[in-house]
Design a protein around this ligand. Structure first.
Ligand code: C5P
Length: 233
């Protein structure tokens, strides 16, 4: 299993992204393109960032009927991404259809990950509003098992749940975890957070880090610190 730090490019426009990435001269970080940037700039932003030599996690969290997701994944398969995701709540059938759509004719495809429960959803809201009566760990475990059964490569989850996912689905099943903060940095709006070092010890394979790097006075130094803490020298 590979391990890496993925920078969340949460910027409103391409110009901001390029200004940010231009600061990196000696390394090409793995980056995440989310809905804001993708909807603002379209698929071309993926091609442009790929042409600069970055690995890309396209974080669009698809969730629809299986046939629609399959067709959408077929379109995304033409973009040269390294990771794509969807909501496990769409069912095993939807995840299987997604995998089919994402697989190119030569059999190659990016990693496909499932979002279990968003870290912004509390157990109380999940139970009261979504009428899911199980606990949050039980739900995350079941959704991860469903994703594995559908043939997906891993899940996006809280670093607090990575160990549980590894126990339920095995060490080869990838865990990608946002909600990462340095011991001495602001929590922002994230409530369940972990340092890069603890996330690694807790079973995270990839960490997604936004503001602690993008809003740092020296983003390159912050990125290097993150890699050092997560992967070691
Ligand atoms: O700035 P910060 O490090 O909090 O950014 C985290 C990134 O991970 C954001 O792009 C956010 O949308 C994403 N994310 C998250 N929690 C999830 C899923 C995605 O924070 N459960």
């Amino acid at each position: 299993m590979n391990h890496d730090v993925i920078i969340a490019l949460d910027f409103p426009a391409a110009a901001d992204v390029y200004a940010f990435l231009d600061q990196f001269r000696d390394e090409k970080p793995f980056v995440k393109i989310g809905m804001e940037l993708f909807y603002a700039e379209g698929p071309d932003i993926v091609r442009q960032i790929k042409a600069r030599g970055h690995k890309i996690f396209l974080d669009l969290k698809l969730h629809d009927i299986p046939n629609t997701v399959k067709s959408a994944m077929r379109v995304l398969s033409r973009l040269d991404t390294d990771m794509v995701n969807l909501h496990a709540a769409g069912t095993i059938d939807m995840m299987r259809a997604a995998l089919e759509g994402l697989t190119r004719e030569d059999g190659r495809r990016p990693m496909l990950l499932a979002v279990t429960q968003l870290t912004s959803t509390s157990e109380e809201r999940m139970q009261k509003e979504l009428l899911i009566s199980a606990t949050m760990p039980e739900t995350v475990k079941k959704y991860a098992q469903n994703a594995k059964e559908a043939g997906l490569d891993g899940v996006v989850c809280s670093p607090l749940e990575a160990a549980l996912v590894k126990d339920a689905c095995g060490t080869d099943f990838a865990t990608v975890t946002p909600g990462i903060r340095f011991a001495d940095s602001a929590a922002d709006d994230q409530s369940r957070i972990m340092t890069p070092q603890r996330a690694r010890r807790g079973g995270s394979d990839y960490i997604v880090v936004g503001r602690p790097i993008t809003r740092a006075a020296d983003p390159v130094a912050a990125y290097r610190r993150c890699v050092r803490e997560f992967i070691g020298e």
